[in-house]
Ligand binder design. Structure first.
Ligand code: NDP
Length: 480
């Protein structure tokens, strides 16, 4: 059984507590590795190493930092098969998905920010003929990065890459549920020759390690992706310490389908936006609103396609739906299906645990689930489920669907399907979401602002937004 280690000050080390946590393979339910049960003491050591490394790393010319991050990207690409297998085993997602999306994107994150810092510029403001102001954007110091289990290496690197590129050093914590590729990243950083202390990866629970990062006085910026409640807990600690905070939180995203859309393209994409990664993507569209004239046709075609999605061994290329990340999360998702039934929902397909044959017979699988007949205001339609469960709701007017779409406390992403360009712009402007896709889903350009409004988060990631978050703006005013 593999024992993972922390990566602190350039070395792989055991946790100071000498304690370990179990790590399970969702597809089989089997214990297959142990991870450090780190504590605040390990975070102290990591933060000290990061503070020692900061002067050297922040003074390293951008071209050299860029070269180092590009080297890490190359090594991720060279280990694509290895990393994809590790991600699939740890998370339960289909291997083909990890190989085609998660791992390539992790390399892209490094490439994107490694090259972005070669093209940055900062502002200057001339104040009539009395003064000239210019803005210095300087790295903050030690940044704390905390990420979730659904897209483990993809989201971990989405924070670490801009933080390092901007000249900060980092103390990072992956989810204890999916630690494996973060551990592999520490091996890659050692191979790449990243100077000791520039990146430190500490494994353990959110309550111990995550909370210690949040509360550490030597870590002035926290970039967090995860659930809304955890985000609130972090903010309660970090706000009175006046830390810089970036919070990417939960979602309950609407998919809005008007009758004038391209039906075939919409059907294909809505299937993906509902069930990719077992519905465990913060951007998945879990509330599907359909204009009444199209409702029956959509429901029948969609349900037929969902029934045909194959739930199975993540290693099998024919698998559409892999395992749910943990037994606890599977129970939570199934609990929401029970709630939907209690609230009067009609389960059109799925709604139960699936037993997959052979090596996966003890694994945690759920049949993709479609429910209709629920009001937009019920708990099933207001709370984040974060699994392969979607609801269908008909609508008659644009105003009505906007009211329903905007009714949740969340505001992360939305997609709109229509052939009417004017309506697309009008609806996009009125939706309370940080990200709107028109006639598409998950079409990503890493330069665009990424994040949510309302309880889906504070701040934006991506492009200059991320580089701005990880730097402090300093205005220098010179009297002429
Ligand atoms: P959690 O909020 O449970 O955990 C996220 C991370 O925070 C994990 O590393 C976790 O550690 C850690 N953590 C837990 N408690 C604390 C704490 N008190 N202080 C500091 N850190 C803590 O989320 P999940 O991992 O369950 O991820 C699913 C959630 O993430 C969903 O709500 C989803 O919508 C959201 N998400 C949002 C995205 C966005 O971009 N807006 C993208 C992807 C997911 P551990 O796991 O070890 O407990």
């Amino acid at each position: 059984m593999e024992h993972l280690q922390n990566y602190i000050n350039g070395e792989l080390t055991d946790p100071l507590s000498g304690m370990w946590l179990p790590n399970f393979e969702p597809a089989t339910g089997a214990l297959y590795s142990r991870i450090p049960a780190s504590t605040a003491a390990d975070i102290d050591t990591a933060a000290e190493a990061a503070a020692r490394a900061f002067p050297g790393w922040s003074a390293t010319p951008a071209e050299e930092r860029s070269r180092m991050l590009l080297r890490i990207a190359e090594l991720i690409e060279a280990r694509l098969d290895d990393l994809a297998a590790a991600e699939s085993k740890d998370n339960g997602k289909p291997l083909w998905l990890a190989r085609s999306v998660d791992i390539p994107r992790a390399a892209r994150n490094f490439r994107f920010f490694a090259t972005a810092i070669l093209h940055t510029s900062s502002e200057a403001h001339a104040t009539d003929d009395t003064a000239i102001n210019y803005t210095l954007r300087q790295p903050i110091g030690v940044a704390g990065c905390i990420s979730p289990w659904n897209l483990p290496l993809y989201l971990f690197t989405w924070k670490i890459a801009p933080a390092l590129a901007a000249g900060n050093t980092v103390v990072a914590k992956p989810s204890e549920i999916t630690p494996m590729t973060a551990y592999r990243l520490s091996e890659i950083c050692i191979e790449a020759g990243l100077p000791p202390g520039v990146l430190n990866i500490v494994h353990g629970t959110g309550a111990d390690v995550g909370a210690a990062i949040t509360a550490h006085p030597g870590i002035p910026a926290i970039s967090f992706t995860g659930g809304t409640q955890t985000g609130a807990t972090i903010a309660r600690t970090a706000a009175p310490m006046f830390k810089k905070l970036s919070l990417e939180l939960g979602g309950k995203n609407p998919t809005i389908i008007f009758a004038d859309c391209d039906f075939d393209e919409m059907l294909e994409t809505v299937l993906r936006s509902a069930f990719s990664n077992q519905g465990e993507i913060c951007l998945c569209g879990s509330r599907i609103f359909i204009e009444r004239a199209l409702y029956d046709r959509f429901r029948d075609a969609f349900t037929e396609r969902v029934r045909a999605l194959r739930v199975g061994d993540p290693l099998d290329d024919a698998t559409g739906q892999g395992a749910i990340v943990s037994e606890q999360h599977m129970e939570k998702v199934l609990g929401y299906v029970d709630l939907a039934r209690e609230e009067g929902g009609n389960v059109l397909c799925g709604g139960e645990r699936v037993q997959v044959e052979d090596r996966c017979s003890e694994g945690w699988f759920i049949a993709p689930t479609v429910i209709e007949g629920l009001p937009f205001s019920c708990r099933t339609n207001q709370e984040e489920i974060f699994g392969p469960v979607v609801t269908l709701m008909p609508f008659d007017t644009e105003d009505e669907v906007l009211t329903m779409a905007n009714s949740t406390p969340y505001g992360l992403a939305a997609s709109v399907w229509t052939g009417d360009v004017t309506r697309a712009h009008r609806v996009a402007a009125q939706l309370q979401s940080g990200i709107i896709w028109i006639n598409c889903w998950m079409l990503r350009d890493l330069r665009t602002p990424f994040g949510g409004m309302k309880q889906s988060g504070v701040g934006r990631e991506g492009g200059w937004e991320a580089l701005r978050f990880f730097t402090e703006a300093k205005n220098v005013c010179i009297k002429l």
